[in-house]
Design a protein around this ligand. Structure first.
Ligand code: C2O
Ligand code: CU
Ligand code: CU
Length: 458
């Protein structure tokens, strides 16, 4: 009787796809997903990388015939992917062709304070800044964006952001999809509002930020992407100023999560949905060979993010390894300090430990090479919301969330952790680089209005 059931189910499914899945996918009004360029390394020596970025004012045609004033790096909106290799000595020259100050911060990169690109490394209009560092961390997907005090939210909203990929000694031989733009796809997801004339309608009030009713993926409005019937890796960045996403597939299929902010998880994790607050990243692998559909949608709650059209075959990709990487445990010695950070909402602004950011005040002093426990509490407040808590110059580990062990998806190294109203998250942080760094809420409007503090590692 099992055979009969299987045959019957098979027949019903076949009939279903013949009638409903048989018609061609309608891509009318949709735009092909833009894949950012990979930034040229100007130095032929593989051990040295030299890059040039230029922040400039531009216009972008998100909708045919309508120009949106935008900002971009080396282009009209967003920026290229900076590909780095562990061990490399890197120099990045950034030219500011905006009419205002900016900085460029390497989010998730473990470098000393002077090359971190925080608010102290301001670049005046017309000036350049040269960041120099050595890549010492494992393979991961990081990102870059401006960090000049008070203007971050606006500059990011108008387009200043881009991805950083780090490869290491293992990535070349790992059996995971890694053909850039073919089966290794960056997805920078941002919500936006538009005016009728095409310009952005960036609405902020005392109460908060309006959720965008449009989604841009890699700066593409109403995007579609053609995938082959094989395994495809997506590198997701929540590049929104303030919105959370909960990504899933429209057919509710499971996929594998393979990496979080700081790199690969120890083991691939079967997931049906991935929650990302602003600034967080996740890498997932979707096996399209398991689907009969001609198209599957990446959605967040009920919002369409990206239509994935399944067409054509790729060479069969091997299974994702059961062991991805060793996630180094951040050892906590007995001497390690504990600090408390209380996040409080005040409508569109907020405080940390009751204080607004002051660039002339150093909030915390940390010993170089120390490992500490940071207890991060969201104590609510006026118009209370969750806050993505981000720390510069380090990759940390989540020790507990509300007294419980973190879920496997939070078990890797992270640089941003979401703390919902009433929650307490304990993180274990190691400080390996000297200098002045920031910790802040990654809702950019909160960060700009004072929900940020600075610590010095010395
Ligand atoms: Cu994404 Cu302070 O940065
Ligand atoms: Cu950062
Ligand atoms: Cu916040």
């Amino acid at each position: 009787s099992l055979i009969i059931v299987v045959a019957a189910v098979g027949f019903v499914l076949t009939a279903y796809y013949t009638f409903f899945g048989g018609s061609d996918v309608d891509l009318e009004g949709k735009n092909k997903l833009k894949i950012p360029e990979i930034l040229d390394d100007l130095n032929a020596d593989p051990g040295i990388a030299e890059f040039k970025l230029e922040a400039g004012i531009s216009q972008t045609e998100f909708t045919k015939g309508r120009l949106t004033p935008t900002l971009g790096y080396n282009g009209s909106y967003l920026g290229p992917v900076i590909r780095l290799v562990k061990g490399q000595d890197v120099s990045i020259v950034v030219e500011n062709n905006l009419n205002e100050w900016t900085t460029i911060h390497w989010h998730g990169l473990v470098v000393d304070g002077e090359n971190d690109g925080g608010p102290m490394q301001g670049i005046a209009s017309g000036e350049t800044w040269n960041a120099k560092f050595k890549v010492e961390q494992p393979a991961s997907t990081l990102w870059y964006h401006p960090h000049f005090a008070g203007t971050v939210a606006n500059q990011v909203y108008y387009g200043l952001a881009g991805l950083i990929y780090i490869d290491d000694e293992f990535t070349d031989t790992m059996s995971i999809p890694k053909d850039y733009g073919i089966d290794d796809i960056p997805l920078v997801v941002q919500d936006r509002n538009f005016n009728i004339d095409g310009s952005f309608d960036y609405r902020v009030s005392m109460m908060g930020v309006d959720k965008g009713d449009k989604i841009l993926v890699n700066g593409t409005l109403d995007p579609y992407f053609i995938v082959k019937r094989e395994k495809v890796r997506f590198r997701l960045l929540n590049g929104s100023n303030s919105q959370n996403f909960s990504f899933r597939l429209s057919n509710r299929a499971e996929f594998l999560m393979i990496a979080s902010d700081g790199g690969f998880l120890e083991k691939p994790l079967k997931k049906e949905a991935i929650f990302l607050s602003p600034g967080e990243r996740a890498e997932i692998v979707v096996d399209f060979s398991e689907f009969n559909d001609k198209s599957v949608k990446l959605v967040s709650n009920d919002d369409l993010i990206l239509e994935l059209v399944i067409d054509g075959e790729l060479e069969k990709s091997p299974d994702i390894p059961e062991e991805l990487a060793e996630v180094a445990d951040i050892a906590a010695d007995e001497a390690s300090n504990t600090r408390i950070f209380e996040l409080q909402s005040m409508g569109i602004s907020g405080t940390i430990n009751g204080k607004y950011y002051d660039m002339n005040r150093i909030d915390e002093r940390v010993d170089l090479n120390a490992t500490e426990y940071w207890i991060v509490r969201n104590v609510g407040g006026m118009m209370a919301t969750g806050h993505p808590f981000h720390v510069h110059g380090t990759q940390f580990q989540v020790v507990s969330r509300n007294g419980e062990k973190p879920t496997p998806e939070e078990s890797g190294h992270k640089d941003t952790v979401y703390v919902d109203v009433g929650e307490e998250v304990v993180i274990k942080v190691m400080f390996k680089k000297e200098g002045l760094f920031m910790y802040h809420c990654h809702i950019l409007e909160h960060e700009d209005r004072g929900m940020m503090g600075q610590f010095i590692v010395e």
